[in-house]
Write a protein that binds this ligand. Structure first.
Ligand code: 6PG
Length: 463
């Protein structure tokens, strides 16, 4: 195990992962320009923490080859600290960026540092404060050889399920890429749970009854961390009020899901469930709505027609929730598959499922199920077993989506997931007309059924 590690970033995540690391016997040498901050954080350690308010003094106090962990906001803060360290460190030292950096920034950082023979690791860390303290899922990306003691420490720090929830991926940006996709799937799972909650709320379920519905999913192997915390959230009261009912109906984001979508566009991979989840957050902030009143249900511009209640049974909802979650997972894995192909990485889905099986926000019983399918198939995404998991829930999902929409209830991720599946499992699609329209107004040419070449049709000429 490493004797010591440098740390820059004493926010919630930085402090908690440092406590986790210190527990493993590695001494923390942390920089912060506030001595008060250092004193406050240091009190939580048992002589395993030394603070420095001068970065150069910290660097001089680290034995070589130095290992320095960054847990700071992504973007400019991370970029400027890495630039600063690049001039202070020596050949063979290691910078580990454990923030939520965009993967292309990590590629750039890795390449710049390589030119100075400084090693770089772009490391996705998932699990929030609790995960950082007691065991996150860790996604490690680097083109450098990692020293054994650092690998040993990262494995020890990671969550167990029961194997280490850590993945090692080739490529400076690959750890952050896989973390980014994790977050895209996280957005979709959060929104799907919210859509189920919304349907039950409209069916006059109480918060407790909705919590009991989510808790019942565990018995059918369809629970997850996000589903479990949703039950806790539904039950939380302040006096006689449920806190959830006192929260305004809009959602913010730090952009991690948005980056997943933008990247899916760049890679040309369809991820409508993930897009719909991000868009639902954007729409929740749209002031220019046609609603007369922002309160849930009553006085909304469109009345909720109770006819949908006939199909909103808990069985129907659990199957729909599972279908949507699986659709989002498959879309996320297709993004990773394309990234792996483009970068010639051969990322293994089994590694991903093990990596996400504990500690991370999307940890779930489903991931264990998918790991078993992957072990038994030589092409997971085209496997019959995976397809059957979607197909067997199709008729219920069609009922739930159509009834919701007929009742004026928006279910963006569930309806996007259904439409995506129907299109990909149909034996035709109407895009021949798109080709024709593009050729008509832009002479972009068309490819006819019996040929590989592209030809322009003179649409205005009457034969
Ligand atoms: C995790 C989370 C975390 C995420 C924040 C903010 O894996 O621990 O995904 O990294 O960035 O929860 O997420 P938003 O993008 O919703 O702000």
């Amino acid at each position: 195990m490493l004797n010591e590690i440098g740390l820059i970033g004493l926010g919630v995540m930085g402090k908690n992962i440092a406590l986790n690391i210190a527990e493993k016997g590695t001494h923390i040498k942390a920089f912060n320009n506030s001595s008060e901050k250092i004193d406050a954080v240091g009190k939580e350690f048992d002589n395993t923490f030394t603070g420095f308010t001068d970065l150069e003094v910290l660097i001089d106090n680290l034995e070589r080859p130095r290992n320095i962990l960054l847990m700071i906001p992504s973007g400019e803060p991370t970029h400027s600290v890495i630039n600063l360290l690049a001039d202070l460190l020596d050949e063979g030292d290691v910078i580990i960026d454990a923030g939520n950096s965009f993967y292309l920034e990590s590629v750039s950082h890795g390449n710049i540092l390589s030119s100075k023979s400084i090693n770089f690791i772009g490391m996705g860390v998932s699990g929030g404060e609790e995960g950082a303290r007691h065991g996150p899922a860790i996604m490690v990306g680097s083109d450098n050889n990692l020293n054994d003691e650092l690998v040993e420490l990262l494995c020890a720090v990671s969550a167990k399920a029961p194997d280490d929830c850590i993945g090692f991926y080739k490529g400076f940006g690959s750890g952050h890429f896989i973390k980014m996709v994790h977050n895209g799937i996280e957005y979709a799972e959060m929104q799907l749970i919210t859509e189920a909650y919304y349907l039950l709320k409209h069916a006059e379920y109480s918060n407790i009854e909705i919590a009991e519905f989510f808790e019942s999913l565990k018995e059918i192997n369809q629970s997850s961390y996000l589903i479990e915390i949703t039950s806790d959230i539904l039950r939380k009261k302040d006096g006689n009020d449920y806190i959830l009912d006192l929260i305004k109906p809009f959602a913010n984001n730090k952009g991690t899901g948005k980056l997943t979508i933008e990247t899916s566009f760049e890679l040309g991979v369809s991820a409508p469930s993930i897009y719909a989840a991000y868009d639902a957050r954007v729409q929740s902030n749209a002031g220019d709505s046609w609603r007369e009143d922002k309160k849930l249900g009553e006085k909304s511009g469109l009345k909720v027609d109770p006819s949908y209640k006939r199909v909103i049974s808990e069985t129907y909802l659990s199957k729909s929730l599972y279908f949507g979650r699986l659709a989002a997972m498959v879309q996320g894995l297709k993004i990773i598959e394309k990234y792996s192909h483009v970068n010639k990485l051969s990322v293994s889905f089994s590694d991903i499922f093990k990596n996400w099986s504990g500690g991370c926000i999307i940890r779930s019983q489903m991931l264990r199920e998918l790991l078993e399918i992957d072990k038994q198939s030589d092409n997971f995404l085209n496997s019959e077993s995976l397809h059957n998991l979607l197909k067997e829930n199709l008729s219920v999902v069609k009922d739930v989506v159509s009834s919701s929409l007929l009742s004026n209830i928006s279910v963006p991720v569930l309806s996007s997931s259904l439409s995506w599946y129907l299109n990909l499992s149909s034996n035709s699609n109407p895009s021949n007309l798109i080709q024709a329209q593009r050729d008509y107004f832009g002479s972009h040419t068309v490819q006819l059924l019996d040929s590989e070449e592209y030809v322009h049709i003179d649409w205005r000429k009457n034969e």
